[in-house]
Design a protein. Structure first.
Length: 155
């Protein structure tokens, strides 16, 4: 399966493995089960909006945890942040839920936070930018490509 995300990784010579999954919206726990890997290495991308102006935040957290909105707000210097509806998240990103990926949204102004637990793993799984495509790649490559910051943003 080729798309803009895999082409970018190929162009940058970043090692990755692509996994094709059913093209329906799958949660991270279900994805982990289908791939036969622990849910703590399958990360989901949660769109979070700021109270005032400013681009939304992409909070990348392990599949077996939830995003902690207070921790996200603190990490980005906001008083409060919100979870948009699925429809709003899709409108903000231009991607379908289940396919939202920080790699598909490079240079679109989103601030990316990755849960600090990612640093415990050499590689993690994230969405490949469309439903049915999962990518396993080095954590260091994800951080470098997205300009993401590690922060304690899950519970």
């Amino acid at each position: 399966m080729k798309n803009n995300v895999t082409r970018l990784l190929d162009k940058r010579k970043i090692p990755y493995t692509a996994f094709e999954l059913p093209a329906e919206k799958l949660g991270a726990q279900e994805t982990a089960r289908l791939l036969g890997v622990p849910a703590e290495i399958v990360f989901k991308t949660i769109v979070v909006t700021r109270q005032g102006r400013g681009k939304p935040i992409l909070a990348v957290v392990p599949g077996n945890r939830e995003v902690n909105l207070k921790a996200v707000a603190k990490a980005v210097g906001e008083k409060k942040v919100h979870l948009p509806t699925q429809k709003e998240a899709e409108e903000l990103t231009g991607l379908l839920a289940g396919g939202i990926s920080p790699l598909a949204l490079l240079h679109r102004g989103f601030q990316v936070l990755v849960d600090e637990s990612a640093a415990q793993h050499a590689e993690i799984h994230i969405s490949g930018g469309q439903r049915g495509l999962n990518i396993r790649l080095p954590v260091t490559a994800l951080l470098e490509l997205t300009g993401a910051r590690l922060a304690a943003i899950s519970r």
